[in-house]
Design a protein around this ligand. Structure first.
Ligand code: ADP
Ligand code: MG
Length: 371
């Protein structure tokens, strides 16, 4: 999805307030009724609210929902993007937005800059996007769910990624410095390196291989498994050939029920890539799950840093469902038993929402108005 920011500086304080109201209303309403938008926004006089609604709809930040029993609107992904960007801009984390540098499976990556012109990476999480486009069963499954749940899950992914990056960076792991997080977005240091996949020549493949296996073991000794440790998520500096690891929403504790499987898969990804790309096969067998010796507790520490165990479970469950739904090719049947068992998730989500307040929409709305 493209990030179209041309309108961001033209929105009035009232527009921001109404946009925030639609976001808040979306938590409990698939289609937010106009009177509720008006009420949450706290603006007096219907004409101002209606003018803002029409402004926001024109630039695609909210969408009118037809065929509903009542007149209403929903927040679009574009609207959510604007709310996140506005939070970053107010906090002076971002001043300008540059080019898109990556389209991941479940994210969009942009180069942005702060006031001094220093470049940074903005990662916008977009969970469920691929699944929605693929198998028909997925489309039906996801369409029947509250659209806000993708937004909520994308936000959980961003919160998780930011929390993990913080503890990893603080523990001296080679990861980009996390700078800020708002809603479904993470702002981080730009690493001046290419993904291993794109690097044309590696001076010393055995050394890089050993470094990477060493990292997998070091993660594990701190209680963590990356879970997607592959040539796309390892950036390698062209000159120094130092690796930097990215992409953390799927990271798990070594106490996770599937920990061994994920650990082995990470190891195997690197083995396969080095053999295919460099014809390099290590003399050493390992590392294996038996080599893992826990000496740290980053998996526990991360829970204290703003991403709770409950949220971790919620996201994990969703990611696993998406992975399963992504499985069957077009035309094949999806596993309906799994789909059916997902029924209670929205209830949990609402309870979760009541608890988590780090990124309070309303306070951001008010701040926006003070500007
Ligand atoms: P996804 O979850 O969609 O795979 P990633 O976090 O792996 O997203 O990022 C996708 C791509 O964006 C990476 O392969 C890399 O090319 C680029 N990228 C991401 N983060 C950074 C960063 N901090 N510095 C430089 N490039 C980055
Ligand atoms: Mg990636």
């Amino acid at each position: 999805m493209k990030l179209d920011t041309h309108a961001i500086r033209y929105l009035t304080a009232e527009d921001w307030r109404v946009l925030t109201a639609v976001e808040m209303g979306s938590k409990n309403h698939e289609v937010v009724p106009t009177p509720l938008i008006s009420q949450i926004s706290g603006l007096r006089g219907a004409s101002g609210v209606n003018r803002s609604i029409s402004n926001l709809a024109k630039v695609g930040l909210i969408a009118k929902v037809k065929n509903a029993k009542y007149d209403g609107y929903r927040l679009t992904y574009g609207g959510l993007d604007y709310l996140a960007l506005n939070a970053f801009i107010k906090r002076k984390s971002i001043y300008s937005i540059g080019n898109q540098v990556g389209v991941g499976k479940e994210s969009d990556i942009y180069v942005v800059a702060d006031e001094s012109g220093k470049q940074r990476i903005l990662k916008i999480h977009r969970l469920g996007r691929i699944s929605f486009r693929t198998v028909k069963a997925n489309r039906d499954y996801l369409r029947n769910r509250n659209a806000a749940s993708w937004m909520y899950m994308s936000r959980l992914a961003a919160m998780k990624e930011f929390a993990f990056m913080k503890v990893l960076k603080d523990s001296g792991f080679p990861v980009p410095t996390p700078i800020d997080q708002a809603r479904h977005c993470v702002l981080m240091e730009l690493i001046d390196s290419y993904p291993l996949r794109q690097v044309t020549s590696i001076a010393d493949p055995p050394k890089l291989y050993a470094d990477l296996m060493g990292l997998i073991l070091r993660f594990a000794s701190e209680g963590l498994i990356h879970g997607d440790f592959n040539e796309f998520n390892i950036l390698v500096h062209e000159e120094t050939q130092e690796p930097v690891v990215i992409d953390f929403p799927q990271m798990v504790s070594i106490d996770h029920p599937n920990a061994e499987e994920y650990f082995d898969r990470d190891v195997q990804c690197i083995k396969t890539f080095f053999e295919r790309k460099f014809g390099f096969v290590s003399d050493e067998e390992g590392p294996s799950w038996q080599d893992v010796k826990r000496s740290g507790k980053l998996d526990i520490q991360v829970e204290a840093s703003g991403f709770s165990k409950k949220q971790a479970k919620e996201l994990d469950k969703y990611l696993q469902q998406i992975a399963k739904l992504d499985g069957p090719a077009e035309g094949e049947e999806a596993d309906d038993s799994e789909v059916a068992s997902a029924g209670d998730e929205d209830k949990e989500r609402e309870q979760g929402d009541a608890e988590d307040k780090p990124d309070s929409a309303i306070s951001e709305g008010h701040e926006a108005n003070e500007k």
